[in-house]
Design a binder for this molecule. Structure first.
Ligand SMILES: [Cu+2]
Length: 301
């Protein structure tokens, strides 16, 4: 509880609180420090664990630092001209062996619990197949008529804050129209280098299994606010799960060094209400009845 309060306080300080916004936009904040606000239990538990470790390591560092200062002042040659003659102190040796073991045990228990919580896929309502390609993501809904589309980064020209100064209002309008067409409701661009032409759409408060693989090299599907980061490996199937508590749009990126455009394969996830998701499925069935048409990769996926 204390850890949660401290984390909330620090995230407010660093301007990372999004509660003021009508819809959660899970994107990084300029000059933001600390961890982003979690959007589900997985991320919340990970962040709590992070704070627990940070507090423990800070206390240890302060303790060792003070110990060194005290020894340097109290036992220097000037203040302590005559050295002690003893070589052992059994009690001290027991303490400096036992205390670190206890600290490690205190860390290991919540760590292993969290590892299993994230790793073991619970009962989920449906699955989504995610394929990493050079350099975009293909999403497939096997439980929803095999809806399939590929998410490609929105070019820099669509953003006013792009460093090349090549902002083109038409590119922005076109990108927003494309996302709006895909979603079936009005959408705006939120973040340069993070927005994609289509978004993964998932319902809120629903456990979803994510099957991950790749068509060429190793990628990693990572959305920090969902507490999810898992490698997409060619020829192998990895599985994880998400259950998101908040409606909004959340961003992530490939976090495996997969090649020259590694930095340009972002992940945009639109979390909607269950009713809106049912509506979107109908909308998407119409859009993607012919299979993936929005984009293909060099490999023809
Ligand atoms: Cu990648």
């Amino acid at each position: 509880m204390l850890i949660k309060r401290l984390a909330a306080f620090l995230s407010v300080l660093s301007g990372l609180s999004f509660s003021a916004l009508a819809e959660t936009v899970g994107k990084p904040v300029e000059k933001g420090i600390w961890l982003p606000e979690p959007a589900n239990q997985q991320a919340a538990e990970m962040f709590d664990f992070h704070w627990l470790l940070l507090i423990i390591i800070t206390l240890i560092t302060i303790f060792v630092f003070l110990l060194l200062v005290w020894i340097a002042l109290r036992y220097n040659a000037k203040r302590n001209p005559e050295s002690a003659t003893f070589t052992h102190n059994t009690l001290l040796e027991v303490v400096w062996t036992a205390v670190p073991v206890l600290i490690l045990a205190a860390i290991a228990v919540p760590s292993i619990k969290l590892l299993y919580f994230q790793d073991v896929v619970p009962e989920t309502e449906f699955a989504i197949n995610v394929t990493g390609n050079q350099w975009n993501w293909t999403y497939n809904y096997p439980d929803h008529s095999g809806i399939e589309f590929t998410s490609v980064i929105v070019p820099n020209a669509a953003f006013e804050n792009n460093p090349e100064g090549s902002f083109d209002p038409n590119a922005k309008a076109q990108a927003e129209e494309e996302i709006t067409d895909h979603l079936g409701f009005a959408a705006t661009l939120n973040a340069r280098l993070l927005d994609t032409n289509t978004r993964l759409v998932i319902p809120v408060n629903t456990a979803i299994k994510i099957n991950l693989t790749a068509s060429d090299v190793i990628h990693s599907w990572t959305v920090p606010r969902f507490g999810v980061k898992l490698d997409a490996v060619p020829g192998r199937l990895n599985a994880t799960w998400v259950k998101v508590d908040k409606i909004g749009v959340f961003y992530g990126q490939c976090s495996e060094l997969c090649g020259k455009d590694h930095a340009y394969m972002p992940i945009a996830v639109q979390v909607v209400s269950k009713e809106d998701f049912a509506k979107w499925v109908e909308h998407a069935k119409g859009l993607y009845a012919e299979g993936p048409v929005k984009a293909t990769t060099a490999l023809g996926r």
